[in-house]
Design a protein around this ligand. Sequence first.
Ligand SMILES: [Zn+2]
Length: 229
Amino acid sequence: MAFPPASHSWLPWWASVGTRPVRPFWPRTRWRLANPPAHPPTLYLTFDDGPTAVATNPILDLLDRYDARATFFVIGHHVEAFPGRMRRIVAAGHAVGNHTFTHVDAWRTASSTLIGEIERTAQAIEAHTGCAAPLVRPPYGHLTPALCRWAKREDAHVVMWDVMPADFQRGASPTSVARFTAAHARPGSIVVLHDNPMTEPVTLGALDAILRWGHARGWRFAALPPSFE
Ligand SMILES: [Zn+2]
């Protein structure tokens, strides 16, 4: 494990490398995938918090330009507000995951409320796209044992990440986010970005740079599969 950089922030390093020792203790979680055999190095880009009026379409346009696929962890009440964008996400071959109905913090919410939010979001996704969404990402990455037990019972998966370039962080720039991603991405890595008006200027510039970087190296950008071995 590389020593954390002395640069402006420990957060991206902590969220990408520092949590590695505790990952095996959380059942039904996925932090990185095995690179599919016979495939070039594959990156799984994920976008949390959408769909949104501002960011979703430009993100989809960029992904289209590079023939890249990704996964959108959507908020249920945004799904109901922007069903057209949901349909565009699915029609373009991207995957959809569940990011709760109102972006609740699992560490401050009764587990029955959290599960209710996830189930309500799953219904909204299904109603507007016809797709089941067996992948769940808790807001803020806040795992709880109850969430993992629920995922096991429901044959769902909790999707975390191994690369968190922190596009939401004060001081983040397209260059810092793209550089962090390039430095930490490994074949099969799951990268967190945001479909969020607050991060949009940083995220779009970073996404363009990440796609260009990967494209030049023969990397493939894929949607997460609905299930894992
Ligand atoms: Zn979120």
